[in-house]
Design a protein around this ligand. Structure first.
Ligand code: MF3
Ligand code: CO
Length: 364
């Protein structure tokens, strides 16, 4: 049987194969009629070299993967470019956050100068406006890729950098986590569906500082249990923020979240925690969201960190998809999250990423 050229619009007899596929022993059917046809299709074909099938665009790593719930990955579009004039974090080219790796875990930075606080407030405001823009786009039929692109363009328009982009190789500018996804969902071609819940997580870098926030939104009308999950998660973050002030142990945050969540019958994710944020995207302190954690450290004026509880309708345990990012619940039940960046002040806490008059209202 003759083999035909596999370029989409060509059916001529095949005469050659991609040399990279031959070398790597992959894609035995990637035959082409000519060097010209191969070259014209190469921009799409080369995706298979990274384990992405051009027929459906979903990584072949998912072949035979046992999903925990109903959600399936869509197609991830190519990585965005950031204009040269925008100041980038140290990992933007290499993917490796060198300054995070070299940071002394036991040192929590303090931000006290008016100049630092001004920059932190400004970057937090860009993050807030970017999240509100994303929120305004959430409706059935809209893809998380489209939401990613709108937020990316807005952040760039503010001469800022979307912190997730190429952080440890992450390929998008936001995380979008649908239904049973706990966190680190990769924006893709899947249209949001009526009844979904979606978390949008925005982090922005400008003038040397990162800030970080997220919210979970209903898509159209959702079931009562999902609504209760979102409302309890929001309340747990609000209550945890209320205890923050100088002298309070970081481990009290998880204790307080437990007091809100446990009576609701929901569970608290243990694998992912709040974190220091500022000149690093992720640094000390570690802020667990569950009770009786072993977290060390005491809140002091000038500390900047996130609280970002991930709350599950079923079991607390998580598992990561073969894309090496998407974290899902082990039982496939839903998960919700809210996050703020906080600054410890003289006698309390300032919510740097606080909602604005103009923020679209949450349905709680
Ligand atoms: N924004 C997330 C957080 O709240 C971290 C995302 S890391 C990424 O900490 F690489 F996935 F972007
Ligand atoms: Co965070």
């Amino acid at each position: 049987m003759d083999i035909n050229c596999c370029a989409p619009t060509c059916q001529k007899p095949a005469k050659m194969r991609c040399p990279i596929c031959i070398k790597n022993g992959i894609m035995p059917n990637s035959h082409y009629c000519s060097q010209e046809c191969f070259a014209s299709f190469f921009s799409v074909h080369k995706l298979v070299h990274n384990g992405i099938s051009p027929s459906n665009g979903v990584s072949s790593k998912f072949n035979n993967f046992k999903f925990t719930g109903p959600l399936r990955p869509g197609v991830v579009s190519p990585m965005a470019k950031v204009p040269d004039h925008i100041k980038k974090p140290d990992y933007a080219v290499s993917g490796i956050p060198v300054s995070e790796r070299n940071w002394d875990e036991s040192v929590i930075p303090k931000f006290e100068s008016e100049d630092d606080l001004k920059k932190l407030r400004a970057v937090a405001l860009i993050g807030r406006k970017a999240l509100d823009l994303g929120h305004s786009l959430v409706k059935p039929g809209v893809t998380t890729d489209a939401i990613n692109n709108a937020i990316h363009d807005f952040i760039i328009s503010q001469d800022a950098y979307p912190s997730p982009l190429n952080y440890r190789g992450f390929m998008k500018s936001i995380c979008s986590s649908v239904n049973e996804v706990i966190c680190h969902g990769i924006p893709d071609s899947r249209p949001l569906e009526e009844g979904d819940i979606v978390n949008i997580d925005v982090s922005v870098f400008k003038d040397g500082f990162h800030t970080d926030l997220n919210e979970t939104f209903p898509v159209g009308k959702i079931d009562a249990e999902s609504q209760r999950l979102i409302s309890a998660t929001y309340k747990s973050l609000e209550e945890a923020i209320k205890i923050c002030k100088p002298g309070v142990m970081y481990r009290r945050v998880g204790d307080r979240i437990g007091e809100v969540i446990t009576p609701e019958g929901f569970s608290i994710v243990r694998t992912y925690c709040g974190h220091g944020v500022g000149q690093l995207f992720h640094g000390p302190p570690n802020v667990s969201h569950y009770p009786r954690s072993k977290d060390v450290g005491i809140m002091q004026k000038g500390h900047v960190f996130t609280i970002e509880p991930m709350i599950n309708a079923g079991v607390f345990s998580d598992l990561t998809w073969p894309d090496e990012w998407t974290s899902v619940t082990k039982d496939g039940k839903r998960s919700a999250q809210f996050e703020h960046t906080l600054l410890i002040t003289d006698d309390g806490v300032e919510v740097l990423t606080k909602r604005l008059e103009s923020s679209p209202p949450l349905s709680l």
